[in-house]
Design a protein around this ligand. Structure first.
Ligand SMILES: Nc1ncnc2c1ncn2[C@@H]1O[C@H](COP(=O)(O)OP(=O)(O)OP(=O)(O)O)[C@@H](O)[C@H]1O
Ligand SMILES: [Mg+2]
Length: 292
C-alpha cells in the first residue's frame, strides 16, 4: 500500500491544460438547475472558542460531485462534518450560521441527528470496517434500523454498487479486516450505501490507497452520482478535477498581527473554471502549485 505522503509526492504539479481535458464535470448552469440538497449560509465553526472556519456560503446540488480542496488546516474536514452533524460529536465544537438540508434547518432542535447520519453517510480517510464478517459489516446498519426485505439482496446490492461484489462474493463470511485497504474502503462505501442514504460524504477517501484502488474509487464516484449526491474532500487536485462537478477552494486567513488563523472559502465554481480560469489569485496560485 502506498502511504499518504507518497501519494502526494507522486502527484505532479498542476497543468491546467491537462486538467481541462480530463474534467468530465457538468457546467455550473447545469449543476445549478438541479435541486439544492444543502444550502449553507454564514457558517462559522469554532473549537473551544477558537474560530476554525468562518463566513462560508455555498450550495450542494443533487446528483453532483462537489469537491473541497485547500491547504492543510483550512477547515475542509471541519466543514464536511457540518453536513451530517458530525461536529455534534466533537468536543468543544460549535457550529453557527445556517445549513439547510432539502430546505429544512439541519440544526433545528427537533432534527434527529442519528436519522440524519443514516441519510447522509460518511466515509473517512482510513477505512474503518467493523471486526466482523464482510456480510455483517454491510448488514449491520440495516439490522440496527430494522429495515425490511431480504438481507442477502441488500448486502449483494450494496456490494455491487460499491464495485466489490465480484471480489468478495465467495468469502462473505470471512472477516472484513482480511481485505486489502482498497477493498476495505469500498466495503465502507458499501456499508454507507446499505442504509439507503441520500448523500455520501467522503473525507479523503483515497488518500491512503494505491493508484489502482484510487482509480476504482474515482470510477465509483462517477457511477454513484447517478443515484446519490456526493461531497468529497481531497488533497489530490487531479482527483478533484477528475471526479467533481463543482469545486470549493478553501484557504487559511492569517490575522494582520500574524496571530489568529482561520479557514475561509475563497472560491466556489465549476471544477473546470476553478482549474482553468479561477477568478481569485489565491485559487490560481494554489491550483498551479505556486502556493507557498
Ligand atoms: N477536534 C478538534 N479540536 C480542536 N481543533 C480542531 C479540531 N479539529 C480541527 N481543529 C482545528 O480546526 C482547524 C481546521 O482543521 P481541519 O481538520 O478541519 O482542517 P483540514 O482542512 O481538514 O486539514 P487537513 O487537510 O490537514 O485534513 C485547524 O486549525 C485544526 O487544528
Ligand atoms: Mg482534514
Amino acid at each position: 500500500m502506498v502511504s499518504e505522503d507518497m501519494t502526494q509526492m507522486e502527484a505532479p504539479r498542476i497543468d491546467s491544460g491537462r486538467i481541462a481535458e480530463v474534467s468530465h464535470g457538468l457546467d455550473r448552469s447545469e449543476v445549478e438547475r438541479r435541486e439544492k440538497v444543502f444550502s449553507v449560509s454564514g457558517l462559522e465553526v469554532s473549537y473551544h472558542g477558537n474560530v476554525a472556519l468562518d463566513g462560508v456560503d455555498l450550495a450542494v446540488h443533487k446528483n453532483t460531485v462537489t469537491a473541497f480542496i485547500g491547504p492543510s488546516g483550512c477547515g475542509k474536514s471541519t466543514f464536511i462534518r457540518c453536513f451530517n452533524r458530525m461536529n455534534d460529536l466533537v468536543p468543544g465544537a460549535k457550529v453557527s450560521g445556517t445549513v439547510l438540508y432539502h430546505g429544512e434547518d439541519l440544526y433545528a432542535r427537533d432534527v434527529d441527528a442519528v436519522e440524519i447520519r443514516r441519510r447522509i453517510g460518511m466515509v473517512f480517510q482510513k477505512p474503518n470496517p467493523f471486526p466482523k464478517s464482510i456480510y455483517d459489516n454491510i448488514a449491520f446498519g440495516p439490522r440496527v434500523l430494522g429495515m425490511k426485505g431480504s438481507m442477502d439482496e441488500r448486502v449483494e446490492n450494496a456490494l455491487r454498487q460499491a464495485a466489490l461484489w465480484d471480489e468478495v462474493k465467495d468469502r462473505l463470511k470471512e472477516g472484513a479486516l482480511g481485505l486489502s485497504g482498497g477493498q476495505q474502503q469500498r466495503l465502507c462505501i458499501a456499508r454507507a450505501l446499505a442504509v439507503n442514504p441520500d448523500v455520501i460524504l467522503m473525507d479523503e477517501p483515497a488518500s491512503a490507497l494505491d493508484p489502482i484502488s484510487t482509480t476504482r474509487i474515482e470510477d465509483l464516484m462517477h457511477e454513484l452520482k447517478r443515484d446519490y449526491t456526493i461531497v468529497i474532500v481531497t488533497h489530490n487536485m487531479q482527483q478533484a478535477a477528475r471526479v467533481a462537478d463543482m469545486t470549493a477552494f478553501f484557504s487559511v486567513l492569517v490575522d494582520e498581527d500574524g496571530g489568529r488563523r482561520h479557514g475561509i472559502l475563497v472560491e466556489y465554481d465549476s471544477t473546470r473554471k476553478i482549474f482553468t480560469t479561477p477568478s481569485d489569485k489565491r485559487t490560481e496560485d494554489y491550483v498551479t502549485g505556486r502556493f507557498g
